[in-house]
Design a protein around this ligand. Sequence first.
Ligand SMILES: [Ca+2]
Ligand SMILES: [Ca+2]
Length: 312
Amino acid sequence: MELCKKVMFIVFLFALAITLSQETRALGLYGEDLETGTMGFKDVTELLLQEMRCRSIQNKQQRQINLLGNLARKLQRQVQDITQKLPHSEDEENLEEPPIFHRSANKTHTRNKRNIRSGPLPSGIASGATYTRWGRKTCPPGAELVYDGVIGGSLYTHNGGGSDLQCLPHNPQWGTYKDGFQSSAFMYGAELEIQANDPFNKVNTGRIRTLQDETPVCAVCRSINRSSQVMIPARRECPESWTQEYNGYLMSSHHGHKRSQFVCIDGAPEVNEGGTGNQNGALLYVVEAKCGSLPCPSYVDGRELTCVVCSK
Ligand SMILES: [Ca+2]
Ligand SMILES: [Ca+2]
């Protein structure tokens, strides 16, 4: 019985060898030997086993290649997702542009072309002109308040000190200090000196109907989407394409006092409620035009000068 099984197994192998020999011949691997009949049964069996081992290895390799391919595609998708989520800097955008070549006498220089953005700038990038709105403690629409306060400067009779005016915050912070006067440099509060010629609107002064001896306020503003600002004296409107922040009247020191600064006080000022009374300090007077070198009749002798603050 055992012998019968062995014979049947050998016959089966032989039949299988003949079948596969056809395929092997098609592959051109051992065709010549088989055609010439120089291979024996043992050789054919050995070849068959080698072929099976070879195919097994190939299948295994193919599965590994497929697995690696899937992993590579998965990694590529993850890299693309991460790249899309990363913020693109301006430098990266510039690098996408083709370089520009410059040729001098004996050299060729290259630089990357800069992109010029169109439309409004994102907040915080190359925008945000700051200015002081003299006479008001709030900012116009489109501008944000940095801080507000009262106007300060040097005493109108003092030779030294700063000639400019300051917007002093309501809540000072002190560093190292020694109370009492030692250094003889002072900061005074400002006071309005407006009597006979009062051009200002009183809609923001409450019950106060005269501005004489009132303490003027101020606000430091940041124009959110505009990067330039300018104060234009003797104008109430801005040039075309510029935006008006506020307008008003020019004020400065009295000609008989010490020199200070021309500032544009808002046309409808607010005053500090706690600062009433004639205390003097840095005094502000409405500025009037004076003919002479100043071209008249464009300018008019004795007329109160306007002003406007514009941004772009
Ligand atoms: Ca006064
Ligand atoms: Ca006048």
